[in-house]
Ligand binder design. Structure first.
Ligand SMILES: Nc1ncnc2c1ncn2[C@@H]1O[C@H](COP(=O)(O)OP(=O)(O)O)[C@@H](O)[C@H]1O
Ligand SMILES: O=C(CO)[C@@H](O)[C@@H](O)COP(=O)(O)O
Length: 550
């Protein structure tokens, strides 16, 4: 009898569900649901770098996205599901009360953005991140040694401290903080109470300073040395963390009924989207898997023997078992990738968005512009020559995640002239994202982590030949595109299959369930040299912007 697992991928804008055959890797059905409150722009203020998501969005969209699968498969398929796992964005934590309930799910805080999930891209906690970096760096034990040495405003402790400082009512009602991927897992298992809450290795190791080298989390005294407001939080956390191939619990009767699934099926430990996506991409030492979406997230793995005592500088951490059990998972990424293109799209379409009382024909024209502008700009940019005097831009429109996190920096450009039109400007932005990615690969290599090939997943890898060809030319290496349209959800389904005992190891599961490559981009040799020159311009501009801050 066929058996299936379910992967749930919570992206920034939407949740995707994927149903996978554990014996063949066949993707039987997928479904996508956009978060309703997020889609209205509620609880966010981009001018303040504030991005919050209501927990009810996650709950409502979960029920809709899973039940949306069953109309696409034969009756009775749901009864053959044996496991389910989650991947989410990260670090996206929420304050919970002593019962384990996110505060925004209580009446008092239902409309308070500080009581909601603080999305990974929310950069309101830059000051707090800098204080954590200083405290760790000056401490006898550097708790950031395995997290790249710099704490980011995109991560758990900075977000928690910032909310405590700006909202005393939330501080008073908060018992602890939990990552999105761990809370979804606990919700399915009925283990959201802090005393029952289980934490995954991925989120704790990459964002919460957990490491077996110091026996788990840093001591409470470290956190109170930063600010007494953090007193006691770390003591509420379960310091026993597990990789995603382990069983976190079993589906409760309540959620089995809501989702149309068998009660008691295995729920695997949750992890971040790119770490699960890397599993679907067959990540292994020497392979860099890159999730290319609104942002990018780079994952590679290596052995403890290869890495030795090296603490890789300026990345998002190196964690034993955060991707593949038994291997060190290393994470990097860019805070904006597709978001940089979306920023430019919003810029050039501002006038049309001011129009009101449009006729049907006028509205149709505006809609066409909205739907086609990135494609049109890409086609025009692809036809342009590439010269060493072209406009050069930085990709730091949402700060810099890696190498060397600094969310206070912004983008900059050089070479703008009267003849710089929208396609030339867009070309510079696409090249900027490719340059930012190249800087990450060069950091891994300079720190002794081998990168010999690149596998790309995520929306952009399938949306734009122009972006992908530019990346191949700038990186001067072949780029393999994964077949699966939902690689992160596929990785979660693979981990659920191992947790459910359908495969003895992740490697065994990958053999039959991981996705194949559907396309390869090869560098244009005649463009490699000129991109090397433009990359030097990028590096000079980056140094200038960084130097400004010295
Ligand atoms: N034709 C295109 N060319 C380049 N980028 C695109 C195109 N269409 C959409 N995008 C970008 O794709 C990104 C969304 O990627 P996707 O992987 O679907 O989302 P998420 O990162 O939330 O998973 C957006 O930032 C958008 O700007
Ligand atoms: O940063 C991480 C994981 O560490 C990602 O969750 C974050 O870049 C969000 O990814 P998306 O661009 O929304 O897919």
């Amino acid at each position: 009898m066929s058996r299936y697992t379910l992967g749930l991928d919570y992206g920034s804008d939407s949740v995707r569900a994927l149903l996978v055959d554990v014996a063949t890797g066949e993707e039987l059905a997928s479904h996508l649901v956009n978060y309703p409150r997020w889609a209205q722009g509620l609880y966010c203020d981009p001018s303040k770098d504030q991005f919050r998501q209501h927990p009810q969005d996650y709950i409502d969209s979960l029920v809709e996205v899973v039940n949306g699968l069953w109309s696409h498969v034969p009756a009775g398929t749901a009864d053959k599901v044996v496991g389910m796992s989650f991947d989410t964005t990260g670090s996206t934590p929420v304050a919970i009360n002593s019962q384990g309930t996110p505060l925004a799910l209580t009446e008092e805080f239902a409309e308070n953005p500080n009581a909601m999930f603080i999305l990974w891209k929310d950069h309101t906690s830059i000051k707090e991140a800098n204080e954590i970096t200083q405290a760790a760096t000056n401490n006898d034990v550097n708790y950031l040694s395995h997290m790249g040495g710099i704490y980011s405003s995109e991560w758990y402790w900075a977000k928690a401290l910032h909310i405590f400082r700006v909202d005393s009512s939330v501080k008073a009602a908060t018992y602890s903080w939990v990552e999105h991927c761990d809370w979804m897992t606990a919700l399915m298992c009925g283990t959201t109470h802090p005393e029952a809450l289980k934490l995954g290795r991925c989120a704790t190791g990459h964002k919460q300073m957990w490491n077996e080298q110091w026996g788990g989390f840093p001591p409470n005294s470290f956190f109170t040395s930063i600010d007494p407001l953090l007193d006691g939080v770390v003591d509420t956390l379960n310091a026993t963390t597990e990789p995603s191939d382990q069983v976190a619990g079993n589906l409760t009767a309540e959620w089995a009924e809501k989702l149309g699934l068998p009660q008691g099926i295995v729920i695997g430990y949750g992890a971040f989207d790119c770490h699960m996506g890397a599993v679907a991409a067959n990540v292994r030492p020497g392979v860099l898997t890159k999730v290319m979406g609104t942002s990018t997230c780079d994952i590679t793995v290596t052995s403890k023997e290869q890495l030795g005592d090296t603490c890789v500088k300026g990345i998002c951490g190196q964690v034993d078992g955060s991707v593949i059990p038994g291997l060190i998972g290393l994470e990097a990424g860019q805070s904006a990738f597709g978001d940089l293109y979306a920023w430019f799209k919003n810029l050039v379409l501002w006038p049309t968005r001011q129009l009101t009382n449009l006729s049907d024909a006028e509205q149709a024209l505006v809609n066409k512009l909205e739907d086609s502008i990135l494609v049109d700009l890409s086609n025009a940019a692809a036809a342009l020559p590439v010269t060493s005097s072209d406009v050069t831009a930085l990709d730091w429109v949402n700060g810099r995640r890696t190498p060397d996190a600094d969310q206070s920096v912004a983008m900059a450009l050089t070479g703008l002239k009267m003849g710089t039109d929208a396609p030339k400007f867009f070309k510079a932005l696409v090249e900027a994202t490719a340059f930012g990615a190249r800087a990450i690969t060069e950091r891994f290599q300079s720190e002794g982590v081998p990168i010999e090939s690149v596998v790309v997943i995520g929306g952009i890898s399938k949306k734009s030949d122009y972006v992908m060809q530019t990346c191949a030319d700038v990186w001067n290496c072949p780029i393999d595109v994964l077949e699966s349209e939902q690689s992160c959800a596929l990785g979660a389904a693979i981990m659920a299959a191992v947790a459910a005992g359908e495969h003895a190891t992740v490697a065994d599961a990958q053999k039959v369930m991981a996705s194949s490559v559907c396309h390869q981009y090869l560098p244009n040799p005649e463009r490699v040299a000129v991109y090397d020159a433009l990359y030097a311009n990028y590096q000079a501009l980056a140094s200038y912007v960084n130097g400004d801050k010295a």
